[in-house]
Design a protein around this ligand. Structure first.
Ligand code: PLP
Length: 394
């Protein structure tokens, strides 16, 4: 339930983070992962706000980074370097050097070319870099094609048919130590069957390494657990129990091996909401437009990959419930195309969205926006950078 009276006073648009939801999510995540001794890293790219990072850190969760600045942010936030992993297909020399200087736990390496560069840079510093090979398992995540990463046609990871050469090359790369295997098949995965397919593939790949007498200490299965964008209130916290149980059931963990996860969206999506006000209701030919003061500059996901966010007119709620008229709730009696002010036709949050009768000045909530929302915001059209507001600070 939103503190409407307080939110009304704050200039819009802004991200509103429910700190209690974040903490409850982290508690559940941690307690379910601990049952299996799984190690969890948080993917900073989903949301890198200081307050979020500090909360994550306080639960003993590590950091998963995909840029040098994310590694820097993790170090500066106080994540211990032995809990920082660094992935990405295009790590620059500066980024690699920074990570080497800070002795992070592991580089998740995505190509043989990258292995050579890390080896060279590590040699120059007289260091040995710990490496996990990011293997492309060719498993379909059954999610949007822009957020699928584990198929051969994707740019990520080392393909299975390249593995023999890559593994042999390690003999000559004296400043690298192979400590693990890494996989990440995509994001917003709601079909747990995709993770089962991943487990079975990882089991096969483990056998391949065993046959070559190569010991693998760490298996990192990446992230990608999806959240429910349609019914955020019913499914406020992802089903971590079922998720981890699946890996417990199907992943064949070898003796002494550690299993790592890298979750982003599942941890932070539901605690965040983009709050915006209606500027104008514009009557169209076939449709009415609700024009908001937030647009794709604040929340890019709909424009970028046709993502759905539940839209609510919280001004038309009373005590967290929809107003009643003639015995019926009024939550969905009109339809509006809900759009932003940016000069792009893709700047649209939803077409024919069912809403109560909506007026200028109404406060609108775009739900499930805590992940890949604020971090992707931009200054296009010279817009001000969107602000963050926390439930325990207002
Ligand atoms: C983005 C990313 C993640 C996190 O993905 P979510 O879908 O947010 O859980 C994990 N690992 C890597 C390598 C990533 O690029």
């Amino acid at each position: 339930m939103f503190p409407l009276e307080k939110l009304k006073q704050i200039p819009t648009p802004f991200y509103y983070y429910d700190v209690e939801v974040l903490n409850r999510t982290l508690q559940q995540l941690k307690s379910e992962a601990d049952k299996y001794g799984f190690v969890v890293h948080y993917a900073l790219k989903a949301n890198a706000n200081n307050k979020v990072l500090n909360a994550v850190k306080s639960y003993g969760i590590g950091a998963d980074c995909v840029s040098g600045n994310e590694v820097k942010k993790a170090v500066e936030t106080g994540f211990s370097p032995e809990h920082i992993v660094f992935a990405g297909v295009g790590k620059s020399d500066d980024e690699i050097n920074y990570a080497l200087d800070n002795s992070i736990f592991c580089f998740n390496c995505e190509s043989s070319q990258e292995l050579e560069v890390i080896n060279e840079l590590a040699a120059a510093k007289n260091k040995v870099a710990s490496i996990a090979l990011r293997i492309n398992p060719n498993v379909n995540a059954n999610t949007h094609k822009y957020i699928t990463t584990g198929l051969e046609e994707n740019k990520f990871g080392i393909n299975l048919w390249e593995l023999e050469n890559v593994v042999n090359s390690f003999n000559a790369l004296k400043n690298l130590k192979l400590i693990g295997l890494h996989f990440h098949i995509g994001s917003q995965i709601t079909d747990l069957g995709s993770f089962k397919s991943l487990c079975l593939k990882v089991n096969e790949i483990q056998t391949w390494f065993e046959q070559r007498k190569i010991k693998i200490e760490n298996i990192n299965v990446g992230g990608g657990l999806g959240v429910n964008y349609y019914e955020p209130d019913t499914y406020l916290i992802p089903d971590f129990a079922a998720y981890f149980k699946l890996f417990g059931d199907f992943l064949e963990v070898r003796k002494g091996q550690k299993v790592h996860f890298e979750l982003g969206r599942a941890i932070v999506a539901q605690c965040g909401t983009l709050i915006s006000k209606v500027l104008y209701i514009k009557k169209g030919v076939n449709t009415n437009f609700a024009i908001l003061d937030a647009g794709m500059t604040e929340l890019m996901r709909p424009a970028l990959y046709q993502a759905y966010h539940k839209i609510e007119n919280i001004s038309k709620m009373e005590d967290g419930k929809w107003k009643m008229e003639n015995g019926q709730d009024t939550s969905a009696i009109y339809k509006y195309d809900v759009v932003g002010p940016i000069c792009e036709s893709s700047d649209c949050f939803g077409k024919a969205v069912s809403l109560p009768e909506t007026e200028r000045g109404d406060v609108m909530a775009l739900r499930t926006a805590g992940a890949y929302g604020e971090v992707m915001s931009s200054a296009y059209n010279l817009r001000d950078r969107v602000k963050a507001v926390y439930s325990d600070e207002i």
